[in-house]
Design a protein around this ligand. Sequence first.
Ligand code: SAJ
Length: 419
Amino acid sequence: MTPTSGSSRPNVAVIGLGYIGLPTAAVLASSGADVIGVDINQKAVDLINQGEVPFVEPDMSTTVAGVVSQGYLKATTETPHADNYIVAVPTPFKEGHKPDLVFIETAGKQIAPLLKGNELVILESTSPPGATEFLADTILNARPDLTLEPGTANSVYFAHCPERVLPGRIMIELRTNDRIVGTLNGDAGERARELYELFCEGEFLMTDARTAEMAKLTENAYRDVNIAFANELSMIADGLDINVWELIKLANHHPRVNILQPGPGVGGHCIAVDPWFIVASAPEQSSLVRTAREVNDSKPGFVLDKLLPQAKRINDVQIAALGLAFKPNIDDLRESPARQIVGRLAAELPQANIMAVEPNIEALPAELADCENVTLTELNEAVRNADIVLLLVDHNEFTRLDRSLLAQKIVHDTRGVWG
Ligand code: SAJ
């Protein structure tokens, strides 16, 4: 399969149809490009080709359905030739929180044999400094006939253009956020900018690839450090018998103070992961970034330490655990502290009945489905039967809950939404 030939629309292959690749592919296709999306997941590919979406993101399904029916977006498991590649594959970490670039490497190896010269390869995946060079090296090692030297028939151009969209608002922020574009060679950045200008109304901030990589990590580490401050305050306030929500509200009246919200921990595949890439790149200098990660990672344990002794005092305790996602109004359970807390509750309380309420999913993730004492339960039923109500995610359904249903219950509100 190759992108539509003879069309004046630019053709783009988006490698990786996950939380960033699919919305980017859809928005590009709806803004004037012919897009082929590539993913190893045959089920996701089939769904997309039927105009359906494999995960929940507000407003994405209508865009995908539209561009698929018009023929501007097709999905496949085979990497095609394209004039422009956008690599949006996962960058997890491995042993010791070191970044694992294996998916970038695989994408590079699949793209390499297809190149004819003059293609643009954009790395979008959040990456440690040097990853765009790594992708270029992977491709050039497989194709020594190609070159980074600009202006020849065999030149290939590389840029890093990190995504910065907020899950839950992706379809809006793809169009409105400013975009950092880092050039590795030649006019790659300018060419990337031209492509992204099809849909992005934000400002384009041009730099080199390494700075672009670090800028993205810096944004997420900034947020992690600030959430860690809120989470640390919540643990300090608890010991001092002070309501942390009131405390933060008061402090935030100061014109130069803007403290974020404590919660059960930090989840998702960005903020809970990316700061480690900075630590891995400069371990000696990153003590604050590392400590913030450790504070946020300790928060699920703190929640459990408060709850478990109470739960153990009640025979056959019934616990309603509200939310499994990593944040409100999405179905993404990656690195979710809520999911981790429910898993630990199940292990520590074999006699309990743990009613997990997650309106955005249809089945429990495997590790919870395997626990006999955990069931996916409807909200009202769970709250009605519960001795303990544990609010883990501030989904709209939970913030709107009739508070009179909580009377006579032990309530743990980790998000501070019930006052
Ligand atoms: N959280 C708190 N308290 C807060 C804010 C968030 O506990 O005051 C928690 C959330 O519940 C969640 C986690 O932090 O578990 C992360 O949520 P988030 O909404 O802060 O961020 P993400 O991970 O959904 O998206 C972030 C965004 N980065 C920044 O805001 C700097 C987004 O713009 C990035 O594109 C995204 O990471 C990414 O893909 O890197």
